[in-house]
Each structure stands twice: as C-alpha cells, then as structure tokens.
Design a protein around this ligand. Sequence first.
Ligand SMILES: *[C@@H]1O[C@H](CO)[C@@H](O)[C@H](O)[C@H]1NC(C)=O
Ligand SMILES: *[C@@H]1O[C@H](CO)[C@@H](O)[C@H](O)[C@H]1NC(C)=O
Ligand SMILES: *[C@@H]1O[C@H](CO)[C@@H](O)[C@H](O)[C@H]1NC(C)=O
Ligand SMILES: *[C@@H]1O[C@H](CO)[C@@H](O)[C@H](O)[C@H]1NC(C)=O
Length: 410
Amino acid sequence: MGFSKNNSKAWALLCYVVFIAIAYVAAVEAANGNSSSAGEFNVMQFGAIADGTTDNSEAFGAAWKAACEWKGPSRLLIPEGTFLVGPVLFKGPCPSASPMVVQVKGKVKALTDMSKYPSDEWIVFQYVDGLVVTGGGTFDGQGASAWRLNQCPKKAHCKLLPTSLKFNFITNGEIRGIHSVDSKLFHMLLFGCKNLNVQSIKISAPADSPNTDGIHVGSSSNITISRSHIGTGDDCISLGPGSTQVTVKNVFCGPGHGISVGSLGKFSKEEGVQGLHVENCTISDTTNGLRIKTWAGSDSSSASNFTYEDIVMNNVANPIIIDQQYCPYSSCPQKGPSRVKINDISFKNIRGTSASKIAVNLLCSEAFPCQNVQLDDIKLEYNGQGEASTASCTNVKGVSTGIQIPPTCI
Ligand SMILES: *[C@@H]1O[C@H](CO)[C@@H](O)[C@H](O)[C@H]1NC(C)=O
Ligand SMILES: *[C@@H]1O[C@H](CO)[C@@H](O)[C@H](O)[C@H]1NC(C)=O
Ligand SMILES: *[C@@H]1O[C@H](CO)[C@@H](O)[C@H](O)[C@H]1NC(C)=O
Ligand SMILES: *[C@@H]1O[C@H](CO)[C@@H](O)[C@H](O)[C@H]1NC(C)=O
C-alpha cells in the first residue's frame, strides 16, 4: 500500500513536472514568436517588406522584442533588401539574450516625412548589455530632404533633426562593419555608454551638409573607435562633456571638421573630458584637424590627459587648434574668458600640410592658461604659395621637443 501510494505521488509529481516543462516551453516559444531557428529573428518573419516603400517600423519593433526576450544567444536579422523605417526604439534590458546581436545585411532607409518623428531620434538602442551591431549593411538617413530645415548652424535655439543611430546606456558592446550615410543630423551618438568597441565603420555625408557629425561621444567611458572611414559635413568624431578613456585609432577623417573635443562649458556643472588617445589617423581636406573648443565666457569644466600621436594632415585648414573663444554664431554673449581648464595635452609626430598659414593655433583662456601642452616632432607645412607656416600661442604653458615646423610658439 505504502509503496503504491508513494508511487502514485511520484507519478503525480512527474506529471506535474512534465506539465510545467511543456507549459514553459510553450510559453518561451510563444514569447519567442516566429524564430526560424533557435535564437534567430528575421524581420521578414514579423511582416517586414523589403520594397523600400512600406513602413517597417512595427515589424522591426516586434522582431526586436522577440529577440530581446530570447533566452540564450540572440540575433535580430535584417536581411538583404531595402527596408523603409521610421523612428524605432530597440530597448533593453535583454537580460537573457546574450550576446544580443543585430545583423544588418540590407539597407535601412529613414522616412523623409518629418511629421513622423516625434523627437530628434531615428534608430535608438537603449539599455542593452552585450549588444553587437554588425553585418555590413547600411543605414541611410535620407538627410538631403531635411538639411534645409536645420537652423542650428545659425541659431542657438533651434529644433534638432533626428540623429540616425543613438546608443544610450549600452555596455560591453560592439558596433562593427556597418555603414551610415546622409544622416539628417549626427550619424552616431553614444551617450552613457561603457566599454564599447566601434570598429570598421564607414560614414559619409556631403561636405556641406549641416551638423552631420560622424560619431559623437558624451558621458561615456572606455570607448574605442578604430579602422573607420568618416567623411561628413561636421566633426568626424566629437567628444562632449563626461567622456573619459576614449581611443581613436587608424581612422581616416575627411571631408569634415576633424576630430574635436567640445564645445565645452556651455552649461553649468558640466563634466569634463578626461583621457583621449588619438593614434595613427589621417585627416584630409577638413576645416580642422585636432581641435579642442570651449565656449567664450563658458562655465567651469576641464579637459585633460589627451595624447595625439602619428597623425597625417592633408590640406587641413587648422591642423592643430585650441579655441577657448568658440562662438559659431555671428555674436555670442560675452561673459569674460572661458573657465574650462585645459591641461596635459600632447601632440607627437603630427605631419603634413596646412591649408592656412597658421598651422598651430593655441588660443587658451586668460583666466586659466593651458598647462603642460607638449609639441613633439611637428612638421606641418603651409601648402599655399611661397610662405612658411606659423604658430600662434596665447596663454599657453608647456614644452616643445624635436622638429618644429612651424617654429614653436611655446
Ligand atoms: C508568425 O508569422 C505569421 C506568418 O508567417 C504571422 O501571421 C504571425 O503574426 C507571426 N507571429 C508573431 C508572433 O509575430
Ligand atoms: C574596455 O572595454 C573593452 C571592450 O571594448 C574591454 O575589453 C576592457 O576590459 C575595458 N577596459 C576596462 C578598463 O574596463
Ligand atoms: C595605420 O592606419 C592605416 C590606415 O588606417 C593602416 O593601414 C595601418 O595598418 C595602421 N598602422 C598601424 C601601425 O596600426
Ligand atoms: C590618461 O588617459 C589614458 C587613456 O587615454 C589612461 O590610461 C590614463 O590612466 C590617464 N591618466 C590619468 C592620469 O588620468
């Protein structure tokens, strides 16, 4: 009796366990939707149509949701073809999808109807740990239709057009082998990110397109940008407040406004920028090469520990420039000198041609002179007729070593 009683209990327990297991699998399958093979989520299975005219925003959102909820290695696939999409939010966390891969093989094209954009965003990745965006595909912001609406180069208070790709609070991720063309505003923006590797990216927009910055980094740390080709109408790479430990390596920049830090000090209590290393880059046909800019009359902040090394300049208007009186408009409210402290900035082995006579222009703050600026092996020749390049220093403290063309002003 005892035995059979126990036995029936065991059976009941077993049935219960099996039932739970089946229910669990069914639930996971339901949650995982139309996954063709485990962990792969093709947007086509969620109703996307690659005809370049259907708005696929919903299908992309649904595919992401399923991929993000998957337990195990997960992949959202955007296959070959042209997919029109409006604003899409790829939001995490995706706690069990690890890594969370987004493979873009095709072309993702932005809607041109501006009434479809409630904010300055097109595609946003947010709160994802272990995100990998890859696949060789292209994000086309179709900016040409919107650039004429951009008032920001002329006005301080202006409506921002959408940035193509925003990465907000992404950690331990990789963005590799994708293209971005003709963004309406910035191509890529990293905000609140940590431990991110951006590699083999190609970014392009016409030289005269407004505010089409290549990659903007703000409030982020340990970011590496390498092996990339960036040509835009604004900064190839720019660093805003709160950026620390940023490395830029083997990057080609041009056309555009160069590799910039700033503009810093626009707002009060802004975080500084600490630890930038730029190495083995070529900068061609740009308005600036290596630039640090802070607003005239700015609030207090800091920029320190930057090293620029092995950089080639081709026909760059301002190859090395620190501008602490930055004012992009015809006039800025004057509130005295900039209060952004700049120190420990080293330029080493910077060579090539300057399109203006002043190849080295260090205009620092009267209130806080730049400290420990190092010029080491500088060879920047003016490519105009018959004249030598010059250097200009204002409120700069530091040292020069090695070759100095133009003759150093430190
Ligand atoms: C799965 O695909 C079918 C058609 O292929 C579609 O009708 C259905 O809505 C999809 N299910 C989910 C969860 O997306
Ligand atoms: C920086 O990020 C990389 C990944 O891009 C990671 O491998 C490395 O450990 C991070 N370094 C630190 C100091 O966190
Ligand atoms: C420097 O960059 C160029 C092109 O970006 C690359 O081909 C070359 O291998 C890099 N050199 C080193 C030492 O990394
Ligand atoms: C300077 O920045 C580098 C990275 O670019 C970092 O490894 C180093 O620790 C920083 N040094 C200081 C004193 O902050």
